[in-house]
Design a protein around this ligand. Structure first.
Ligand SMILES: NC(=O)c1ccc[n+]([C@@H]2O[C@H](COP(=O)([O-])OP(=O)(O)OC[C@H]3O[C@@H](n4cnc5c(N)ncnc54)[C@H](O)[C@@H]3O)[C@@H](O)[C@H]2O)c1
Length: 255
């Protein structure tokens, strides 16, 4: 299951899983129609130039607002109805906004924490509730390099704090559930080219150059650059890892 999977990094994670042989997937997103379209598109793409037929896949799109616990519980109930179990859950739904601390309206700060922090918590809690009776599973919370460094020049204090919270949340939950077979790890991307960042960059052409100059590898990441890390963390390949973080940031955090 992937939250925020209709587009952006979440959608790229869906593609990475299917490329790695996954045939059963629930794509959750605030935008239900886009989630359903993403599911159809994923199946169509997977069948291109392959021996596989659409009937080989069970990929569904569901509407879900991760900031509402009730909505998350409903989506998990629908997923369990469709598949009978849930082995891997990726919490990718998240938003970013750039306001200086003095200018940031409180209702928007609250909404950001509701999605980025509480949404990740509701998703992880519901995942573990379903995974523990079946013997375990893997949860990946998508944080950010912003959990480790302060981005410049754009101001985004609540976002940075939300991503640090997600990272520490993953470690805390990992300890709570370690003996129950549920692993919880964090993926921390650097600057990636997705709709989220393209929206920011559309207002500021110089910003991309600044971000690239601050990244040792001299470029922004393509969403596909995260494919190996997300498949590794979500699968048994990482079975002795829990409470860990993988940074994929072109070296941003090392300088
Ligand atoms: N793009 C980057 O450079 C970057 C870097 C580090 C971390 N991240 C993190 O990666 C995650 C995905 O970012 P992205 O760049 O793909 O963003 P995006 O805006 O391209 O996609 C986010 C998806 O989440 C969905 N979403 C938003 N609010 C939701 C809600 N309340 N409930 C369910 N779905 C909701 C959106 O509809 C969208 O499909 C976020 O958590 C973000 O903080 C992104």
């Amino acid at each position: 299951m992937i939250t925020g999977g209709a587009r952006g990094l979440g959608n790229e994670f869906c593609r990475a899983f299917v490329r790695s042989g996954c045939t059963q997937l629930a794509i959750l997103d605030l935008k239900e129609e886009e989630a359903k379209d993403a599911a159809d598109e994923l199946v169509a793409t997977a069948c291109l130039n392959s021996d596989l037929a659409p009937t080989d896949f069970n990929i569904i799109g569901l509407g879900c607002d991760v900031s509402s616990e009730r909505s998350v519980q409903k989506a998990f109930a629908e997923t369990m109805d469709a598949f009978g179990r849930v082995d891997s859950v990726v919490a990718s739904a998240g938003i970013v906004e750039n306001y200086s601390a003095f200018d940031y309206p409180f209702d928007r700060i609250k909404r950001l924490y509701d999605i980025n922090v509480h949404g990740a918590f509701f998703t992880a809690r519901e995942a573990a509730r379903n995974m523990i009776p079946q013997g375990g599973g893997s949860i990946v919370l998508v944080s950010s390099m912003s959990a480790n460094i302060i981005n410049i020049p754009q101001p985004q204090t609540p976002y940075n704090a939300s991503k640090a919270a997600v990272k520490h949340m993953a470690a805390s939950l990992a300890v709570e559930w370690a003996k129950k077979g549920v692993r919880v790890n964090t993926l921390c991307p650097g600057y990636m080219l997705t709709k989220l960042t393209k929206t920011i960059l559309s207002h500021d052409q110089e910003l991309k150059k600044t971000w690239e100059s601050l990244t040792p590898m001299g470029r922004m990441g393509e969403p596909e650059d995260l494919a190996g890390a997300i498949v590794f963390l979500s699968s048994d390949a990482s079975r002795f890892m829990t409470g860990s973080e993988i940074r994929v940031d072109g070296g941003y955090c090392i300088i």
